[in-house]
Design a protein around this ligand. Structure first.
Ligand code: ADP
Ligand code: ZN
Ligand code: ZN
Length: 751
């Protein structure tokens, strides 16, 4: 006799637990449980939820020592996602449990994760026939008047009230509780066989709510789009997964190609995932997919209610929806037989997840596409060097409307006072005069204001993090952008001095200057402080307010939109004729191998928001007018920029020519963090037997949330091997008594 055993990975966040664990399946469970099934299992003295990651048969009846699961949850994670979770845990140095928890239906084990069932009433064929039968002397009047005539004529035994009730169902099922008399009255009709009353599931449908049921015809393609579509079609028809970079300038009509490619994948019976960087800021994308492709489009993102997400997940899981649009987490959508994954604005850093596992949705998408034989379509005007280097390139070199990209002028700020360049002032004044729109971008948090003492030089810093506190609007309080600490602005310093200085030119200060120059009637200034709204502690209200600022700017006939990076992200506002970058070189100062790429993208993306209506120009203020990223950015020359950038990466052995892994050790005491990092670094150096792996550090990072941090940076060609060895090294270090109290975090492909 054989017995079935399930290998179950309990979903717990403790790293120490090494699953999976075996459970014995009884007869009924054997029939229903498969890889991906969710089970509630006894574990020690608790009950845990776990995912079945494997099944085996046992020729011996397993002895009673093997426990049986308490029960199965009706939902099942697709087996291919269980496989993906294994890969994810391996690749990002995480645990299977943490990786699996990304694959679960939203809100699993909460109240919302239940189908919403309503008692619905509907006419039976007999009820319909009764309603439609003509009254004597009347032919074919099918609705209420006929029924009432018959009731008046006493032709049925039914009361007029009951007939009205029946008539109320003539257009289709109705929630029983909404009918006069409620379920009780309907049940009486049900006993006569005229009505059916039953519990039925009502899907919660966010897309439907947003779009209604409009449909929109495909746009006739431009010649460039036509040629690009040809390449996409061939790739969609290929049996092996392919990667295509859709490298199209801003406004070149990339979305239309995503739509066409999606329609083609659907026509081939394959499913589609569309990833967008920040769904709340790009509601148009969901709208356009839903308009074109209809009910088959589902959307998954955190601004939906849990119930909505849960229902959308199940619609996808059941195959009732075949297209999922969402932010990075949508890469785990349960879409079967994937044919296409689209990653829009592939250069965006929001595709990197900062929690554990620190996955990169683009890399996960590549792995999913590879294993499903799907096409990975990465679209952007400013590709990352990695993508440019590895994917097949398909170009859209022109804007759809044939209009030119805006002219970009670089303004040398060396020797000038910080602030607006005279040409910038002039151009803004012209925009105002012509009653047009401008976008002004500040490129760093460094513009934010902080407080010092004029006497002793004290800088007010965060008590938990080694950074200055930032002064805010109205300036009654100061706050930390990293941990959220807040405190009142003091009146005097500890040294006794009351002479306190406010430094830095925050967006607020600039807003003041602009108001002075431009302010007045009918020319509003909209301020969007993206760094605040989107810093680690993102909160829904701030996000909502960011969206409403963008909407106000869009609706206003004229005005200035002022803010950090976020003002340059994929919005399509007509009527913007001027773009200004105030300190284009600020990103270059960051100790980050992506600094060049980011600076180039910033200029090109801002230019992309400008002149969509036909005319426009861009001014770039900088202290480094000769920097490559700025020179090429001003020429819209991404090929020229990337050719040089890829050479630079090759020389320095940065991605795509190596993989980076950052390990951060943090502890309450700096010495502890330092010792852990040094020991770990030594072990990794000793472990890596190939010349292609190098370990830099430990480097001191600023104290964050009360924790001192030391970081190692590992550069390697052998990613899989290094991650595997690193996992062991970290496990050993984490369990060593001398390092108790030290937290280790591994970031593969850090940003
Ligand atoms: P991108 O994503 O490349 O910046 P979009 O996809 O937002 O560009 O397209 C820019 C504009 O051009 C949109 O308003 C879109 O509706 C329009 N568009 C795209 N393709 C066509 C086409 N073939 N004919 C007419 N308009 C188009
Ligand atoms: Zn002082
Ligand atoms: Zn802080």
């Amino acid at each position: 006799m054989t017995a079935a055993i399930a290998q179950v990975e309990p979903l717990t966040l403790t790293r120490a637990l090494r699953g999976p664990f075996d459970y014995r399946l009884g007869q009924e469970m054997q029939a229903s449980v498969g890889v991906g099934s969710l089970l509630l299992v006894p574990f020690g003295r608790q009950e845990l939820m776990g995912v079945v990651v494997g099944l085996s048969e046992c020729s011996e009846v397993p002895d009673a020592k093997l426990l049986a699961p308490h029960r199965a949850i009706a939902l099942q994670v697709p087996a291919e996602l269980v496989e993906l979770a294994r890969w994810l845990a391996r690749e990002y140095c995480s645990t299977p449990a943490r990786a699996l928890s990304l694959m679960l239906p939203p809100g699993t084990n909460t109240q919302s994760a239940r189908p919403r069932v309503r008692l619905m009433a509907e006419l039976t064929p007999a009820g319909l026939a009764l309603l439609r039968a003509p009254a004597q002397g009347q032919d074919g009047d099918r609705r209420l008047p006929g029924v009432l005539t018959r009731a008046a004529a006493g032709e049925t035994p039914l009361s007029a009230r009951q007939l009205r009730l029946l008539a109320g169902l003539v257009d289709g099922p109705v929630v029983a509780g909404d009918m006069p008399g409620g379920p009780a009255a309907l049940r009486r009709l049900a006993t006569r066989g005229l009505v059916r009353v039953e519990g039925r599931e009502l899907g919660r449908r966010p897309v439907h709510k947003a779009v209604g049921s409009r449909s929109r015809e495909p746009l006739p393609l431009t010649a460039d789009q036509q040629a690009a579509l040809q390449a996409l079609s061939e790739a969609l028809a290929a049996p092996q997964g392919r990667q295509i970079l859709l490298h199209g300038v801003t406004g070149s009509g990339k979305t239309e190609l995503y739509l066409r490619a999606a329609a083609e994948a659907l026509a081939r019976g394959r499913g589609v995932i569309v990833l967008v960087p920040e769904i709340a800021l790009t509601p148009q994308m969901v709208g356009r997919f839903a308009e074109r492709l209809g009910d088959t489009v589902a959307v998954l993102h955190s601004r939906l209610s849990l119930g909505e997400r849960y229902d959308e997940w199940r619609r996808l899981r059941a195959g009732d929806a075949r297209v999922c649009v969402g932010p990075r987490s949508a890469v785990f959508a349960p879409v079967s037989d994937l044919g296409l994954i689209v990653v829009d604005e592939e250069h965006e850093s929001s595709y990197k997840h900062e929690g554990d596992p620190r996955y990169d949705a683009r890399a996960v998408a590549a792995e999913r596409a590879r294993s499903a034989g799907a096409l990975l379509l990465l679209g952007t005007a400013t590709p990352r060097a990695e993508t440019y280097h590895t994917a097949t390139r398909v170009r859209l070199p022109q804007r759809v409307n044939g209009g030119p990209l805006p002219e970009v002028r670089v303004l040398d700020m060396r020797g000038l006072a910080p602030g607006l360049h005279p040409q910038t002032m002039h151009a803004l004044a012209n925009v105002r005069h012509a009653h047009e729109k401008a976008i002004v971008l500040l490129n760093r948090r460094g513009w934010s204001a902080f407080l010092t003492c004029r006497e002793c030089g004290r800088v007010w810093g965060c008590p938990n993090c080694d950074v200055a506190l930032v002064l805010h609007r109205g300036a009654e309080h100061m706050s930390c952008h990293h941990c959220g600490h807040r405190q009142a602005v003091p009146e005097r310093c500890n040294c006794g001095s009351a002479s306190l200085a406010r430094h830095g030119m925050g967006t607020e200060r600039l807003e003041g200057d602009l108001k002075e120059v431009l302010g007045g009637d009918g020319f509003p200034i909209f301020r969007l402080d993206g760094d605040v709204a989107f810093s680690g502690a993102t909160d829904g209200d701030q996000r909502a307010s960011a969206i409403s600022v963008l909407q106000s700017f869009e609706r206003a006939p004229a005005g200035v939109l002022l803010g950090t990076q976020m003002v340059a992200k994929g919005h399509d506002f007509p009527g913007v004729t001027l773009g200004v970058v105030l300190d284009a070189d600020a990103t270059l100062a960051f100790p980050d191998f992506r600094a060049e790429e980011r600076t180039f993208a910033l200029i090109a993306q801002l230019a992309g928001r400008v002149g969509r209506g036909g005319n426009g120009n861009v001014l770039v203020q900088t202290l480094a007018p000769e920097a490559r990223a700025i020179r090429y950015g001003a020429r819209h020359d991404s090929d020229g920029f990337l050719a040089g950038e890829i050479e630079r990466r090759r020389l320095l052995s940065y991605p795509p020519f190596s993989h980076l892994i950052r390990v951060t050790c943090s502890a309450r005491a700096g010495a502890q963090a330092g010792a852990a990092a040094s020991n770990l670094g030594a072990r990794v150096r000793a472990d890596s037997n190939d010349a292609s792996t190098s370990v830099l550090g430990p480097a001191v990072l600023f104290r964050l949330r009360g924790l001192h941090r030391r970081a190692l940076l590992i550069k390697t060609q052998d990613r899989t091997g290094t991650v595997a060895r690193l996992r062991d090294a970290v496990a050993a270090a984490a369990s060593a008594r001398e390092h108790s109290g030290v937290n280790f975090s591994v970031d593969v492909d850090p940003h």
